[in-house]
Design a protein. Sequence first.
Length: 550
Amino acid sequence: MYRVLFLRRRAVCIVSAIWILTMLFTYVFVTEESQRSEGKRFRQQVRFKAKTDSLPLAEDTFQDIPPHKDSQDPDYGIPVEVNNANKKFLEEFVIVPDTDELKLTSKKGNQEKNPRDSTFENSSDPLSLPRIAEYCNIPKLPHTGQEGEVASVYKLKSVYTVMRHGDRTTLYTFPRHRNPTISCRFKSNMVAHPKINAFAQTMDSFTGKQNTGSLFLNWALYPNRAVCDSSFLTPVGALQHIINGVHFNQKYVQNLKLFKEVFSPDQVKIKVTEYSRTYQSAMAFLYGFLPTFNLTELNVQLTRNIFFCSEKAVGSSCECPSIQHFKKLSNREVMSAKLNLTRQKHLRKEIAEVFELNVDQLPFNYAMFDILSSYACHGIKLPCNNKGKCITKDMLSGLTEYLDKSGAAYEKSPSFKKHNQLSSYPLLMDIGNHMISVAHGKTNEKFVLYSGHDKTVSPVLSVLGINPGKWVKYATRVVFELYNRHDVKDHYYIRILHDGKDLTSQVNFCKEKMSNGLCKIKHFLQFLKEDILNETRTKQFSKACKDFTR
Ligand SMILES: *[C@@H]1O[C@H](CO)[C@@H](O)[C@H](O)[C@H]1NC(C)=O
Ligand SMILES: *[C@@H]1O[C@H](CO)[C@@H](O)[C@H](O)[C@H]1NC(C)=O
Ligand SMILES: *[C@@H]1O[C@H](CO)[C@@H](O)[C@H](O)[C@H]1NC(C)=O
Ligand SMILES: *[C@@H]1O[C@H](CO)[C@@H](O)[C@H](O)[C@H]1NC(C)=O
């Protein structure tokens, strides 16, 4: 199915190949002070003695490390990331008085239209449903997005990307049924594109050659096995992130010269949760994005917390039982919100019939969608029973309607707002602190990557006020850009984008305070200092995390 799709796109691919080819050679040597002294290249860490160290380095030993842990913990891991650095929390940032209300001709981003994909003419194909096609995020070239599209008077200082892993196999099953088999072999000829064609070979050359301090040592770098185990990144998932990376390379590296003269690995900071799908997603993205991909030189940090909490970022322990507590409360609040469940009940009956199960044996609706969308996203015919009764496109559509409605109800739940604020606090604090370091010239890092999950991305969108409650698609990305002005020193601005759309003017703390299409950093820092935990009625993370009465 993908092959068919890609063949049709070959023409487009060839055209985009031309700009890709030039990619590695287009450095302009900008003379600017190098701030390399504080780089933490090759920061020595205690070498992690994984059990897998003793295995011979044959191809197969790179496959199953580590086992997926989703079944053990609904929130993908316990919050521990000890960091002894006692850095002052949200250190003082000097904000220069406003003098920048000059009129600028703000360059409007080329709002490239995303024409409906005409490949799916067959109306019984679930991918003909826009919502399903959106969720699956079928890789497309050339990739579009308004990243980095600002007036040239603004100078890009740093970029922060929070992303969900790419397309994966499902985490669930229907009782007594097997999920479809999905190939986990990345095929270099999937799309005619030099960067994509060289991916597997490049990954093979770095297999087992991670930075010696890396806690990911010996992990498989990309999908390269006959069959994807449950919750594994698929070849399509890798492709989504290579394409994201190539797009970012065009926008930030080629157009805006984010890395200046020569790229050095200490200009990027990479944080990844301890899941093979987020690690492989990061690899695919960085491969597409970085001017040179040398995994040995990259410091890929493992985070044992899907919210990327570190004690350094939150100024206290990362333990936060309130997050789970408020999640539970929000379930109750949403249930009492009295969604019209007539259609959903009918739907569950129909689905149960196809699988020849009782309604109460069915997995919960999110899980059913996870299983069934995996058929749709991989062009596999929806399942049928022996009597010829099949899951239909309409059933899938009914499920998405229910999920989107329920998602919107969660966004309104007071407890869910607290859950979201506590979940996104560590990450947003980390970004805020890093922006301050950049503005003070205290770091050489220009790009920070957080490779995580839907549960990482969603709360961030929610607290920014730009989350409609839809389940975020595979390989979704939220980007924070930090700029300063060429002409007025010390004036810093941010932009916030979701999947390439500039949403800055809709963000809670930027709304109605925009200057020339950007948002002053002070509004973001003010939000971090004063409002980010406002629903919990305290400004202290540690307090809000322990005190359920708030
Ligand atoms: C559309 O696809 C379905 C199942 O995939 C197939 O049975 C049907 O014949 C197709 N219809 C057309 C018009 O191609
Ligand atoms: C990657 O970096 C390491 C360490 O600097 C170096 O030894 C190696 O040759 C580099 N590999 C490539 C392919 O450039
Ligand atoms: C609930 O939805 C069903 C169909 O989905 C509709 O027929 C019914 O009128 C709705 N009930 C209410 C109270 O809105
Ligand atoms: C918290 O701040 C948001 C805007 O950032 C606002 O919409 C909300 O009402 C505030 N909540 C409380 C409890 O003050």
